[in-house]
Each structure stands twice: as C-alpha cells, then as structure tokens.
Design a protein around this ligand. Sequence first.
Ligand SMILES: [Zn+2]
Length: 188
Amino acid sequence: MSRPLARTTYLKIMMRDKMMFMPRRAFLLAAPAALITACSGAGNGGKAFADTAVTDFSGSEWRTLTEEEWKQRLDPLAFRVLREEATERAFTSPLNDEKRKGVFHCAGCDLAIFESDTKYNSGTGWPSFYDYIPGTLGFKEDNKLWMTRTEYHCARCGGHHGHVFNDGPAPTGLRYCNNGVALTFKPA
Ligand SMILES: [Zn+2]
C-alpha cells in the first residue's frame, strides 16, 4: 500500500480542470509515492457525485437512470464496478495490453475519457493513464480500506472508474488506475 494522497494533493487534483489555463508548474505535485498501489476498491456507496469537473453534466439524462436500469444495460462485472465501486481482478482486462492509437470511452455512457497517448504500462495489471481528457472526470475522497484515496468517476453518468495516485510518470506525475471493464476502446 502506498501513502495515500494528502488532502492538499486531493484538492489539487480536484481543481485540475479549473487550473488548466494556469502555468503547468502550478499543478505539478509534490513528492511522489514510493510504492505501487493496487487500485483495489471494496464495498459500495459512492452514490453521491462529486461535481468537480468543469463540464456540467448535471442535467444529463444519464443521471436519471435507476440502478435497475443500469443493471439491465451493463454486464454483471461492469455493473459491479461502475455502479458499486467494485474492482476487477488485476491482469484480467484485455485493455491492459491495448497499445493501439485511439480513445478510451466510459463503458457506461460512452463519454471519451482517455487518449491512448496518455496510457502507459504501470505494471499494476490495470489500464493506467497519466492524464485524462479535461472535464470528463469527477473526484471524491474514498475512505474505504482504512486509508484515504482519491476515487474518480465519469463526470457524465457518475460511473466509478478507479483511483488516482501520485506515483505516475511525467508530465503530470499522476497515475489514473482504471478498471478495464469500465472502459471501451475505439481504435483511431
Ligand atoms: Zn459515463
């Protein structure tokens, strides 16, 4: 387990979109975590959306779907991850090894979230990215597993995607550790 993100780091990430137009160094993060952390999650909850993204999806029809409707739309594992914040087993997603150019979309609502250019091999067994398409993610503190982590979700449908850690590569120093089942890939 690595050091959880400090509260200030969490706030910096939360404010990332709003800081886009500030000098790059303004949101470089301080000391990187020493150890790789699995993006494992447990339990449910997370029903409350943290509307931290610049893009306002609060009026989206995706927000009006009931959990029963989501259950009908999604495969069982995707439902568990996206709607109940479960974590897929490491090294089980084919997207972990996806290396083509293209775009990764939310498996819940098809919102484009990650460009393939920001994907890298973290060795964790989960698709990992060092940045996301601005305005597409929301963040909240996650205090499960006896530590504080920063959870992120699709800003449009609220579907849980993963956790962000500060042991990623340059230029952001961040690692967005994403469940593969929460994504679909569209080759360029
Ligand atoms: Zn979505």
